[in-house]
Design a protein. Structure first.
Length: 494
């Protein structure tokens, strides 16, 4: 067993400790940072990050950052550490707000849980992750959130936000939007991919109106379910059901049709809406028009569509990069990069949906039965920095805005997260902009056993990650303990 495998196993909890044949004390030796004083380091004390360039969405200053008892206390040059403070040297480095990835899948149907997902996130500079509380039959929105929160309390290292979801969105579900907001998790997801979406359109409108009144953000997967179903029927009739034809089963026009309908629903109801994983220029144009009209619409894209394109849809292992929507053209990729730079795209998020290689290569899969998604929490920020800031001239401020500040604002976490300033949570990443390393699946702390970006040379990596005043990653080693992450309470939007 490698040291990495031991950390993964141990982090899963006491069952993993027993299975590894190691004691709880051995877990502490592997996951606890060395003490700089009389006992283990924790948020109960002071950290001084000294000598770096502090990057916020609204500017860059050379300053020190003092964190006391989990909260940023001062940001100023020449600060003097207090008695017993831990000093972290950030000379020559950037000091960034902790990354916020509002779109991950840490549910049992995938291979990561709150522990392994947290480890991958923290290793890549992400201190807060969002995932989904899918409601069981007869379960309320709040009950689903609390059920997942029990796992957060025991397993999470990163902080967490939760989005409720169920289908269909009945009047009873719509009536729960106020309770969801009052519980501090004001977001809900709907899937336009469902073949019966049109049949439930009146209920969708009712949900959007209730969400508007309660200040709940509605996340939406924009692909038209009826068009997707028709595409699959046509492929079946032609005997073209293998994943070689996957892109044809989810054409761009299905994304465009759903994008235009989502924009219309936003305009009609006035509900705050958020399009996940936008993949095409035409869909982006539909959302840009909506935003230009002043509609409360927000747009997300994902790394798959920035770094890969339809040229990567052929070959023996092409299905490893299969996602929903599928990879698009080079022109779509360039449009998304431009959107990130000019503000048409608000957030870069992973849609982290991890599988193991054998699951993705299952010969029983077809255009009608797929396992979409990839592991990407650990490598999203370094690859985006390397390609965006390093090669395309993306500003540091825009890098922070699209990976932290906008997510904090849109999802009700700002100004406690998404910014380095007094009063904010001590979520701070020390970033080495000149460090070059290679992306390797063997290094991914996710339970996925491959990465579609294997072998990529990337410049710009986190060296120290602090979550609420506790060092949780240092020198490439995750040192935070499961159960120290929290469900972050959020404000409702209006």
């Amino acid at each position: 067993m490698t040291r990495r495998d031991a950390v993964r196993t141990l982090a899963a909890g006491s069952l993993g400790i027993a299975a590894a044949g190691l004691t709880p004390g051995a877990l502490g030796a592997l996951t606890t940072p060395r003490s700089t004083g009389s006992g283990p380091w924790s948020a109960e004390g002071e950290i001084l990050v000294r000598g770096g360039r502090v990057v916020n969405a609204d500017g860059i200053v050379r300053a020190d950052v003092r964190i006391v008892n989990g909260t940023i206390a001062e940001v100023a040059p020449g600060l003097t550490p207090g008695d017993g403070a831990r000093v972290i040297d950030a000379a020559g480095k950037l000091v960034l707000p902790g990354g916020i990835d509002p779109h991950t899948h840490l549910q049992p149907s995938f291979v990561d849980d709150f522990t392994t997902g947290s480890m991958a996130a923290l290793a890549g500079g992400v201190t807060t992750v969002g995932t989904f509380a899918y409601m069981r039959e007869g379960e309320s929105c709040v009950a689903a959130v609390e059920r997942l929160n029990e796992q957060v309390r025991t397993d999470a290292i990163a902080d967490v936000i939760l989005h409720a979801s169920v289908w269909p969105p009945t009047a009873d579900v719509a009536a729960q939007m106020g309770a969801l907001a009052a519980h501090g998790q004001p977001s809900f997801k709907i899937f336009m991919t469902r073949a019966d979406f049109g049949a439930h359109l009146s209920e969708v409108i009712g949900l959007l109106e209730a969400a508007r009144d309660a200040g709940v953000l509605v996340m939406v997967h924009c692909e038209d379910g009826a068009l997707l179903a028709a595409a699959v029927r046509g492929l079946r009739a032609a005997g073209r059901t293998s994943l070689d034809f996957y892109s044809e089963s989810r054409p761009v026009v299905a994304e465009v049709a759903a994008a235009e309908q989502a924009a219309a629903l936003c305009e009609f109801t006035g509900a705050r809406m958020y399009a996940v994983h936008v993949s095409s220029e035409r869909a982006l144009d539909a959302f840009a028009h909506a935003k230009a009209r002043g509609l409360p619409f927000h747009v997300e894209t994902r790394p798959l569509y920035l770094h890969l394109n339809e040229d990567n849809t052929t070959g023996q292992d092409a299905v490893l990069a299969l996602g929903q929507p599928p990879l698009r053209s080079r022109s779509d990729t360039e449009a998304l990069w431009a959107g990130l730079a000019d503000g048409r795209v608000d957030i870069l998020a992973t849609d982290h949906a991890p599988w193991r290689r054998e699951q993705k290569l299952d010969p029983e899969l077809s255009v009608a039965r797929v396992r979409p998604g990839v592991s990407n929490l650990q490598f999203m920020l370094p690859m985006y920095f390397s390609e965006g800031v390093g090669k395309r001239g993306l500003s540091l401020e825009r890098f922070v805005e699209t990976t932290s500040t906008h997510a904090a604002r849109i999802f009700g976490l700002y100004p406690r997260k998404g910014v380095i300033r007094p009063g904010a949570d001590g979520d701070v990443v020390v970033w080495d902009p000149s460090k070059t390393d290679t992306v390797r699946g063997a290094d991914d702390l996710s339970n996925a056993d491959y990465t579609v970006f294997e072998g990529w040379s990337v410049t710009g990596w986190p060296t120290v990650v602090i979550r609420r005043g506790e060092v949780v990653m240092e020198g490439g080693r995750v040192v935070g303990r499961p159960g120290t992450g929290v469900l972050a309470r959020r404000d409702a939007g209006r």
